[in-house]
Design a protein around this ligand. Structure first.
Ligand SMILES: Nc1ncnc2c1ncn2[C@@H]1O[C@H](COP(=O)(O)OP(=O)(O)OP(=O)(O)O)[C@@H](O)[C@H]1O
Length: 366
């Protein structure tokens, strides 16, 4: 799978662009404020139906315009798919695949496994469990067919149970019903996640063999409930025992919605012992490992968007990070202020070059 072409109309400061990409590495460069992140944002939007920079879609429409339109040709299993997306200032997101309307954003996400690395991606390592949960669940979504339906069922059960907490203040059969469902979904999801984290662990270790500071790196999945709980029945009991606390807090304290990924080096939590540069290398390794797992088990070619990664890194870390790109099975888009920030670190990769200036994007052969 790869993004072959992309036509952008009225998106941020890009009035019109018709681009053809390489299935390997694409380097997007230009001054601050030229529109590099906007191009990555457009690709991300194609895959998620939302932006990573703003929750307000009208902010993405070029000033004084009424709508933005994105059209892409995506190669998948030897076939070319036509993907179209339009967002008006007032109104819904319209998505079309090969001329047919799509009704759900998850159908878009299924097509293009896009992972993003920005300077803010640090949150994956420094932020709360939600970031990490979203990270590994995104991988699972592309690797395990049953994941999305399980996950959707779980959301439904949690929604009902949390709504009940607002109106029924005593534990009753209705709670027991939802708790039984929650506990059984929890164990199904946990089994998938455990298998996935093992695959991710196996994919990330080889990327870091040369990094002494990463020796003894472990990835451990926290299920969302205490280790002593070994069966769905025991989890159901725990949910019942913990009911009063749930009532007080307004939501359920135990379950797969609380899962986390614990990353440690030599037994120590990574954010407490690694430097910023080392954390950045680790973050990058995790994203590349996830792309490789999606490629190997999900049989899809992922897209990796890397915004402004080169800044803040010394030459050694930069070399280390870019060495991952030699083995990656993804289509990669990297943004940088100039080509010197990236090209010397990937002498054998010959990326396609796109120069961005005031929202105008031109392909360069240097
Ligand atoms: N809706 C919009 N319409 C027109 N221009 C916009 C809109 N939203 C943002 N801009 C402008 O688009 C420009 C592109 O910003 P973008 O973040 O893509 O630049 P960049 O090249 O990634 O910059 P940097 O190197 O600083 O990260 C900015 O000058 C911004 O002010």
């Amino acid at each position: 799978m790869a993004l072959n072409t992309l036509r952008i109309q009225q998106f941020r400061n890009i009035a019109e662009a018709q681009l053809e990409f390489r299935s390997g590495i694409n380097l997007i460069y230009g001054e601050n404020g030229s529109g590099k992140t906007s191009l990555l944002e457009a690709i991300y939007y194609l895959a998620h139906g939302r932006s990573f920079r703003s929750s307000k879609p009208e902010k993405l429409i070029r000033y004084e315009q009424t709508a933005f339109v994105l059209n892409a040709k995506v190669e998948m299993a030897g076939q070319l798919l036509n993907l179209g997306l339009q967002r008006e200032r007032e109104g819904e997101l319209r998505m079309r695949l090969n001329g047919e309307d799509l009704s759900r954003v998850s159908e878009l996400a299924q097509l293009l496994p896009v992972q993003l690395i920005t300077p803010e991606s640090f949150r994956l390592l420094l932020g709360g469990p939600k970031e990490r949960r979203q990270f590994f669940d995104m991988g699972l979504f592309h690797v395990e067919q049953s994941f999305y339906s399980l996950w959707s069922k779980l959301q439904r059960v949690l929604k009902h149970r949390n709504a009940l907490l607002k109106i029924q203040k005593r534990y009753n059969d209705e709670y027991a019903y939802w708790d039984q469902n929650l506990a059984s979904l929890a164990f199904e999801l946990q089994a998938l996640r455990q298998r996935y984290i093992l695959a991710l662990d196996a994919a990330v270790q080889p990327l870091l063999v040369d990094a002494l500071w990463a020796s003894g790196l472990t990835l451990q999945l926290y299920s969302g409930w205490p280790e002593r709980i070994e069966t769905p029945e025991q989890l159901q009991q725990l949910l019942q025992q913990n009911f009063l606390q749930d009532l007080r807090l307004g939501h359920c304290q135990f379950g797969p919605q609380k899962a986390d990924l614990k990353l440690k080096v030599a037994g120590q939590v990574v954010e407490e012992v690694l430097s910023r540069g080392q954390l950045k290398v680790l973050l990058f390794a995790l994203k590349v490992a996830q792309s490789n797992v999606i490629y190997n088990y999900g049989h899809k070619k992922p897209v990796l968007l890397i915004d402004d990664l080169a800044s803040e890194l010394d030459d050694n870390s930069k070399r280390h990070i870019f060495s991952f790109l030699n083995t990656i099975n993804s289509q990669v888009f990297i943004s940088a202020i100039n080509t010197d920030q990236v090209l010397p670190a990937i002498p054998d990769l010959y990326p396609a070059l796109f120069h961005v200036e005031h929202g105008q994007i031109t392909i360069r052969t240097e």
